[in-house]
Design a protein around this ligand. Sequence first.
Ligand SMILES: Nc1ncnc2c1ncn2[C@@H]1O[C@H](COP(=O)(O)OP(=O)(O)OP(=O)(O)O)[C@@H](O)[C@H]1O
Ligand SMILES: [Mg+2]
Length: 235
Amino acid sequence: MLEINDLSVSYGAIRAVRGVSFSVGKGELVSLLGANGAGKSSTIKCIAGALKAAGGSIALEGKDITTANPEQVIRAGLATVPETRDVFPDLTVAENLMLGAYIHRRDQAGNRQNLEKLHTLFPRLAERSNQPAGTLSGGEQQMLVIARALMARPRVLLLDEPSLGLAPAIVERIFEMIETLKKSGLTILLVEQNVNQALSVADRAYVMRLGAIATSGTAEEIRATSDLSAHYLGG
Ligand SMILES: Nc1ncnc2c1ncn2[C@@H]1O[C@H](COP(=O)(O)OP(=O)(O)OP(=O)(O)O)[C@@H](O)[C@H]1O
Ligand SMILES: [Mg+2]
């Protein structure tokens, strides 16, 4: 479904991602783990078309999207929720959601239908439809950006640290929702620092360290890897 091959990302002279290869199969939930600065977000941003690859390739359903811009990537079927969790604060929740449906703007009936589905998944957003997005709590804003990404009707969803800075109860809710999305058949790449939570929902995981993949395996295998905390805390 998603194939990353020998991907490199640079910021000027700084090489943040060094020859990373991994894949996510159809309907799979794969987690990308690693310490601060390991290169997870750079990888995600590059797949999303927000950063240019310095080398390597990215393919979505067999189609090369290495040089695609963000809109082309979304049109190809891949939506991203960046770690910055940006909402348009002065627009209402409903208006924010409709912006996510930009590529389907000529299919208003389809958008309304999708919105109804998302309101079932995120009842809190339904209740707050007419509220400015800037007045939502952190957890609600996270749900909004996930729902907004889903308005593009992606087949693959990239989530960059959805649990960051949220209270445990909200994190729990977000992970339940991620499981629901997986059950619906969505293919998911989940970046997390919250290793235990991530491994509890993931089929497989890759651990990044210093811009490269240090370890990979099934969630079980990664959980059993005794030096996992070293990968983490050692950066
Ligand atoms: N805009 C930038 N300019 C220069 N260097 C950058 C930039 N963004 C990231 N880097 C560097 O690239 C490396 C990887 O950063 P990245 O954000 O991809 O890590 P991460 O794994 O997502 O970390 P975190 O868990 O803290 O989000 C780091 O060394 C970082 O300092
Ligand atoms: Mg990051």
